[in-house]
Write a protein that binds this ligand. Sequence first.
Ligand SMILES: Nc1nc2c(ncn2[C@@H]2O[C@H](COP(=O)(O)OP(=O)(O)OP(=O)(O)O)[C@@H](O)[C@H]2O)c(=O)[nH]1
Ligand SMILES: [Mg+2]
Length: 269
Amino acid sequence: MIINAARFVTSSPSLEKTPNTELHEYAFIGRSNVGKSSLINMLTGKKGLAMTSAKPGKTMLINHFLINDKWYIVDLPGYGFAQRSKVELAKIDKMIKDYILGREQMTNLFLLIDCRHEPQKIDLNFMQWLAENNVPFSIVFTKLDKLGKTAGPRNVAKYCEKLLETWEELPPVFLSSAEDKRGRDEILDYIDQLNKLPLLAEEPEKPETNNQINTETMDKKPEKTPEEIKAEKKYPGAAIDAADKDHVTPAEVKERTDVLDGPTDPGQE
Ligand SMILES: Nc1nc2c(ncn2[C@@H]2O[C@H](COP(=O)(O)OP(=O)(O)OP(=O)(O)O)[C@@H](O)[C@H]2O)c(=O)[nH]1
Ligand SMILES: [Mg+2]
């Protein structure tokens, strides 16, 4: 997908204050400093669009960006920043969770994980919460440029293996770097495919009020039930034909890592 236009629309302190829109929306979440705002800038090709900082805790509000006048990116505050007060942490936790559960336009949540880290309780608990609440999400590993060609994908594969010890299957997984733009095409193509799905579950059609038989509809296949449409929205990845997918499955990450297997890059942090 080509990004022709990306502009900041508004910052909201709570779900209730978010803009009234009828477009697909993709939100980015993860620990403070994981690289959410940087990834958004990389995807849109606009360096200063979302505010970034070397210090954690930069993003404090729900930020909407309109892309190509057709869909939204949402930059969320990070969770789990230890240096915030308990009151502040609880406020941000509520802001994030209210948004995720209440924002019907949110088609997919991208959960970011720093590729250098071992699985951490705070992220695992968050993923568990997403699954329990049927939130459609994908995992984006960030900062791949900080590890070597071999070490990055190997770390990701290890992470995925760990998740599969308790998870039956994983959501789509992307490998990215805001520095070298890795993952950009894959993530944008995934969004492009999700944009084609219906946005919200449609209201069931009202039954005919007279007794006339409507011959127009007699030969037609039955429409999808609202439940089916809703299921597609909850798990949009499932609605995409496997042959069309361009994200990486954990097995593929492992395969790639096995092929690349060699000495670890000495430049890694
Ligand atoms: N090398 C490298 N650095 C990155 C990458 N992504 C982000 N960073 C750096 O990581 C730091 C944090 O990036 P942000 O994008 O502000 O992180 P955030 O997740 O939005 O942080 P909060 O808003 O505080 O929750 C910045 O110093 C970025 O330059 C990446 O892919 N590679
Ligand atoms: Mg940020």
